[in-house]
Design a protein around this ligand. Structure first.
Ligand SMILES: Nc1ncnc2c1ncn2[C@@H]1O[C@H](COP(=O)(O)OP(=O)(O)O)[C@@H](O)[C@H]1O
Ligand SMILES: [Mg+2]
Length: 251
């Protein structure tokens, strides 16, 4: 499934309690891009993702897709059903969307193989490591063959070594499947490794401070992380995050 371009125009969010969570945001994301979003806690990153997912309505503005595509969502908590096997968890979203049972079975199996969980179909979530549960959560979204994949801090709870490996796998899956990805992360290294562009947000009420191009070619070797160019890029992202609010040029 090819990725769909996403255009945000003046998208803002004020929750029902009056809290302004996201200031008007413009962002044009190309088909097949991998965008990461970094910013302080509570700045509206999850809100932005939920608006793109259609899980919450925007208060102002529009979020448009270039094509009708499935949207996959991966959360930090893998949110698996403990009484269902790995295979049945991977089928869940397709099942909820009413796909024929044979398609659910075949596509879930394929997605599990993609994330390295072939052979674990009959296991239960409690039998999996944290990294494997995250792979399963990813497989469940991939089974939909999404044109847009939204990831909200999916790797925040896994240890550092596993996190590096999962980043490499996620990057490979993205390149192969071609979906457009938007991922929230707290980790500037993760942002630099995975993305085509990093969106840096200000503290609440969040707005886009800076969009930083990541120039490294794909596929990106694991060793990229040890290069001076990579350190320079993560340094730029960190500096953009830390820049005092008083320096802001508010239009
Ligand atoms: N359903 C809601 N109702 C009211 N306020 C909310 C709701 N969801 C989030 N918020 C508030 O909106 C702000 C942004 O939240 P969120 O998008 O989750 O931030 P982030 O993901 O960047 O940490 C926070 O102050 C949060 O408390
Ligand atoms: Mg969040």
């Amino acid at each position: 499934m090819a990725g769909a371009a996403i255009t945000l125009a003046g998208v803002s969010k004020t929750y029902d309690n009056g809290l302004l969570a996201l200031q008007p945001t413009d962002l044009a994301i190309g088909a097949g891009e991998f965008i990461t979003i970094v910013g302080p806690s509570g700045c509206g990153k999850s809100t932005l993702l939920r608006i793109v997912a259609g899980l919450v309505p925007a208060s102002t503005g529009r979020c448009d897709r270039a094509a009708e595509v499935e949207t996959g969502f991966v959360f930090q908590e893998a949110a698996l059903l403990p009484w269902r096997t790995v295979q049945k968890n991977a089928e869940l979203l397709m099942e909820l969307e009413g796909y024929p049972a044979a398609d659910c079975t075949a596509r879930a199996r394929e997605a599990l193989a993609t994330v390295g969980l072939a052979g674990f179909e009959k296991s239960y979530p409690h039998e999996l490591s944290g990294g494997m549960r995250m792979r399963l959560s990813l497989a469940r979204a991939l089974a939909l063959r999404p044109g847009v994949l939204l990831l909200d801090e999916p790797l925040a709870a896994v240890d550092e070594l596993t996190r590096d490996i999962l980043q490499e796998e996620l990057s490979a899956v993205w390149r192969e499947a071609g979906f457009t990805a938007m991922m929230v992360t707290h980790n500037v290294h993760e942002a630099a490794y995975l993305s085509t562009r990093v969106v840096v947000m200000s503290a609440r009420p969040g707005r886009v401070r800076e969009v930083i191009e990541v120039p490294f070619a794909f596929p990106r070797p694991a060793e990229l992380r040890a290069t001076p160019e990579f350190a320079a890029l993560t340094g730029r992202v960190t500096a953009a995050l830390r820049r005092p609010e008083t320096d802001e040029v508010v239009a």
